[in-house]
Design a protein around this ligand. Structure first.
Ligand code: NAD
Ligand code: 6OD
Length: 502
């Protein structure tokens, strides 16, 4: 996406109803760059509004506001005062639930049934949960012997890390942004958020919520922009940013890590994946089919934890392929508000081009297209949207691009295996290590296989079943660090050990 001068873009969208402004130091502003771009709805390519692009001046203003808030009222609040306020943020998200729902579905085109049950409730829950965690966490205490016999006591203090840069993607915009803002604020930090350029609305709306509940100005800031040579990069390079938490592509993570190296800033990364599902012959077939359909196609395949490689034990391979095909072909594509719809469009035309290039590549690489592989026929009002067909392949070689590279679309490759050992080797044979799903009714096998998966998250007979207290994150090229429950505190706080000689 390329930013255009505001004037020309504005002329094109005189009817724009939803411009996305920055939220800096408690106030909404278009900023000073004069640059903006048109935000399109992926359902039909219609215009949502303008998004203003922040530059170095906006980032600087936001980071300085965040710093000042740390040293001001926010920094002086007790944990109780802070968590009461964040509880009110959660309540206010719930009170304005329908506005968040509409904004998220406008930006992404995703089914309201999905956003209603996952995206928006999690936006609120991410604030509630971390306020509970921070209120109950204890610190270490060691009575230490000394040669004079009097002893010393050691205890660790947890303090906010400072100004946290939050850079988030477009697939679950509110959920993934608040997954980081919630714990960061609960720990007493302040934040500058750079939401995805594709999905600016809910982060902006959250600014209104912050003001409504009286969160001091400067605690939560949003600057819109692109990544390289724009707000994203400028934010990570700002010398007053103390740590960077990022969710997005592995390649972007590499770039941000270089940017974070200046000043030796800490990073927490949730990155890409090429997640496997292992379906053993002793699995409950109904559950495995239902779970795999969700893990492959939910959110139109745009879930970092989603399955793109399915390995099925040979005796049940044909039946599994037949039933997954039937399930995929029964999925309904359409408008968010239609309760019968399972799948929305991809996030953008640009992403559709990428996914369709993989659909073509799969055929060139020798795939059998079990179902899909192209563009669906949509009604006239949706024909300009970023639609693709749910797609299943078999027969690809293990080194095919569609088997090794993250596609982030509604598609998977299914391959047979003969032994548990082979299944584990195939599943682990990737530079990524985010998540996997194991389908088996054999409890011993479940534990045995789970222990050998090189991933941060292993689901057995389930997928995307979340308990927010658990460690969440990826291994290998899928991330650095874990967030969730007390694990988030490791990143969002700095510890000072106090040793007091008695
Ligand atoms: P992306 O990496 O393209 O962009 C993510 C964010 O980074 C955006 O806000 C973007 O503007 C910003 N950005 C890009 N370049 C930057 C730079 N040089 N400096 C600073 N900021 C920069 O990712 P995306 O396309 O928005 O999201 C899809 C990807 O995210 C997929 O790879 C998916 O697997 C991954 N993801 C991972 C998780 C997880 O929990 N592991 C969750 C969701 C998405
Ligand atoms: O559930 C979560 O907390 C989380 N971070 C989910 C990530 C989904 C990726 O698309």
């Amino acid at each position: 996406m390329t930013a255009q001068p505001a004037q020309s873009a504005r002329q094109a969208v005189q009817t724009a109803s939803r411009d996305a402004l920055h939220f800096i130091n408690g106030a909404f502003t278009a900023g000073t760059t004069g640059q903006s771009w048109v935000n399109h709805c992926p359902l039909d390519n219609s215009v949502i509004g303008l998004v203003h692009e922040g530059g170095k001046a906006e980032i600087d203003a936001a980071v300085r506001a965040a710093r000042t808030a740390l040293d001001g009222e926010w920094g002086r609040m007790t944990v109780d005062q802070r968590t009461t306020m964040l509880g009110a943020v959660a309540d206010e998200i719930n009170r304005r639930f329908d506005e968040f729902l509409e904004a998220e579905c406008l930006d992404t085109g995703k089914p309201m049934s999905l956003a209603r049950h996952i995206d928006i409730p999690r936006g609120a829950a991410n604030f509630k949960m971390f306020t509970d965690v921070i209120k109950t966490v204890s610190t270490e205490f060691f009575p230490t012997p000394t040669p004079d016999g009097a002893g010393a006591i050691n205890y660790a203090l947890r303090k906010p890390k400072g100004v946290i840069a939050v850079i988030s993607p477009w697939n679950l915009p509110l959920l993934l942004m608040t997954w980081k803002v919630g714990p960061a604020l609960a720990c007493g930090n302040t934040v500058v958020v750079k939401p995805s350029e594709e999905t600016p609305l809910t982060a902006t709306l959250l600014g209104e919520v912050m003001n409504k509940v009286g969160v001091p100005k400067g605690v939560y800031n949003v600057v819109h922009g692109l990544g390289p040579n724009s707000a994203g990069e400028f934010l990570t390079q700002h010398p007053m940013v103390d740590a960077i938490t990022f969710t997005g592509e592995t390649r972007t993570g590499e770039a941000i890590m270089k940017q974070a190296a200046v000043g030796v800033r800490d990073v927490s990364f949730e990155l890409g994946g090429k997640n496997p599902a292992l379906v053993f012959a002793d699995a409950d077939m109904d559950k495995a089919i239902e779970g795999t359909l969700r893990s492959v196609f939910a959110n139109c395949g745009q879930v970092c934890l989603g399955t793109e490689r399915v390995f099925v034990e040979r005796p049940i391979f044909d039946e599994f392929v037949r039933r997954l095909k039937a399930g995929a072909e029964a999925l309904t594509l359409g408008r968010p508000e239609d309760a019968t719809v399972n799948l929305g469009p991809l996030i953008s035309q640009e992403h559709r081009d990428k996914v369709l290039s993989y659909y073509r590549k799969a055929v060139e690489e020798g795939a059998t297209v079990v179902t899909g592989g192209g563009v669906p026929d949509m009604s006239d009002d949706l024909k300009d949207g970023a639609w693709v067909q749910p797609t299943i392949w078999t027969g690809l070689p293990d080194d095919a691009a569609c088997v090794t590279e993250e596609i982030f679309g509604p598609c998977c490759h299914i391959r047979p295996f003969d032994t548990e050992e082979e299944a584990i080797a195939l599943a682990n044979g990737t530079p990524y290590g985010l998540a996997c799903a194991v389908w088996t009714e054999n409890v011993s096998r479940a534990h045995r296989v789970a222990a050998r998966m090189d991933v941060g998250l292993c689901w057995v007979n389930s997928w995307f079943l979340r308990d927010l207290r658990t460690p969440f994150g990826g291994s290998k090229a899928s991330g650095i660090g874990r967030e969730g429950g007390v694990h988030s505190l490791e990143f969002y706080t700095e510890m000072t050990n106090v040793c007091l000689k008695l």
